[in-house]
Design a protein around this ligand. Structure first.
Ligand code: AMP
Ligand code: FE
Ligand code: FE
Ligand code: ZN
Length: 299
C-alpha cells in the first residue's frame, strides 16, 4: 500500500535533505504523493515540484505552522493554500522574523552561560531556513561544548531550559482561520506530542477541547498516525476524529539525519487524501478575496 507521506521536512527548514533528495526517496519508496511541509515556509515547493516533474509522484504543497496554546506548541499543517494570500503571507513573514530575534536571544543566553557560540555561525548553518533550535544545537556541538544535539537540548535548549526562549506563535484557531482563508485545508500535526504536563512528566497531548474549537473553525484533519505516537494515542485520536468528523492522516515527519526513520514510513491512504482535498473551501478552487476581506498586511 504505497499512499502519501503527508509530513516531511527539507533543508528549507530543519531537515537535512534537499527537496530533490526527498522526491528521490519518495519515488524509491514507491509513494503516490509527497507532502512538502517545512516549518513556517513555502520556499521548498518550487524545487520539489521541479524534481517531481515528469514522474508519477504528486507533490502536495504545504507547511507546518507554529501555533501555541497555554504555553505549549501546537503544530498545524496546511495544504494546498495560496501562499500569496495577504494575511497568511504576512503571518508566515512574521513567524520567520520573530524566529530570527529569538535565535539572537537564545545565543546571548548561551554566551552568558559560557557557551562560545555565535549568531553568525547559527545563521550560516540555517542557510535559507527559518532558524530553529536544531541549528543552534548544531553550532553548539561544533564549538565542542556538547557531544551531540541531544545533549544540547538536555542541558540548555529543552522547553523551559536555561537558554530556552519561547517563539512567537499564533493561536491554533487563528492558524486554522488563515489556512482556510487562503483556500487550504488545515490538519493538526502529531497531537499527542505536545500538551500540558500532567505533573508527573507524562505527556497529555493537545487538549481535546482545543481540538474541538479548531474543528469548529474548519480544521479538516488530524494526524493520528505519526512515528512518535503510541498505539493508545493513535486510537484516542481516531475516536476523536470520528466524533468531530475529521479526516485521519499520517506522515513520517521525516527530518533526514536528524531523526532515525525513513521517508514514507508512515503514510496516508489515497482515499483519505481525496477526502482531505474535498474539504478545500469552495470545492477546491482558489479563493477570490471577497470585497469585505481586507487586503492590507496585518502583521
Ligand atoms: P524550534 O521550532 O526552534 O522551537 O525547534 C523545534 C525543533 O527542535 C523540533 O522540530 C525538533 O526537531 C527539535 N527538538 C525539540 N525538542 C528536542 C529535544 N528534546 N531533542 C532534540 N531535538 C528537539
Ligand atoms: Fe522540525
Ligand atoms: Fe512538528
Ligand atoms: Zn514536522
Amino acid at each position: 500500500m504505497p499512499g502519501y507521506d503527508l509530513h516531511t521536512h527539507t533543508t528549507f527548514s530543519d531537515g537535512t535533505t534537499t527537496p530533490e533528495d526527498n522526491v528521490r526517496l519518495a519515488l524509491e519508496a514507491g509513494l503516490e504523493g509527497l507532502g512538502v511541509t517545512d516549518h513556517d515556509t513555502v520556499a521548498s515547493w518550487g524545487r520539489a515540484r521541479a524534481a517531481a516533474h515528469g514522474t508519477e509522484l504528486e507533490i502536495v504543497p504545504g507547511a507546518e505552522l507554529s501555533a501555541e496554546h497555554g504555553g505549549y506548541s501546537v503544530h498545524v499543517l496546511g495544504y494546498w493554500f495560496d501562499p500569496a494570500h495577504p494575511q497568511l503571507a504576512a503571518e508566515i513573514d512574521r513567524l520567520r522574523n520573530e524566529r530570527e530575534r529569538r535565535a539572537e536571544e537564545i545565543v546571548l543566553r548561551l554566551q552568558e552561560l559560557g557557551v562560545g557560540v555565535t549568531i553568525e555561525r547559527v545563521r550560516e548553518l540555517a542557510g535559507a531556513a527559518p532558524v530553529g533550535r536544531p541549528h543552534i544545537a548544531a553550532a553548539v556541538v561544533e564549538v565542542g561544548a556538547a557531544a551531540d544535539a541531544g545533549e544540547v537540548f538536555d542541558r540548555w535548549l529543552h522547553d523551559g531550559g536555561p537558554a530556552y526562549v519561547p517563539k512567537y506563535a499564533v493561536s491554533p484557531e487563528r492558524c486554522v482561520d488563515l489556512i482556510v482563508a487562503a483556500g487550504g485545508v488545515a490538519v493538526l500535526a502529531h497531537p499527542a506530542l505536545y500538551g500540558p504536563s500532567d505533573g508527573e512528566g507524562a505527556r497529555t497531548g493537545v487538549a481535546d477541547d482545543v481540538i474541538a474549537r479548531m474543528a469548529a473553525r474548519g480544521l479538516a484533519g488530524i494526524e493520528a498516525a505519526h512515528p512518535d505516537h503510541e498505539p493508545g494515542e493513535r486510537e484516542h485520536y481516531l475516536r476523536l476524529a470520528a466524533d468531530l468528523g475529521l479526516v485521519v492522516t499520517g506522515g513520517s515527519d521525516f527530518h533526514g539525519d536528524r531523526k532515525d526513520l525513513a521517508l514514507g514510513e508512515v503514510t496516508t491512504h489515497r482515499e483519505r487524501v481525496e477526502a482531505l482535498r474535498g474539504r478545500r473551501p469552495s470545492g477546491g478552487s482558489l479563493p477570490r478575496p471577497s470585497p469585505s476581506t481586507p487586503t492590507r498586511h496585518t502583521g
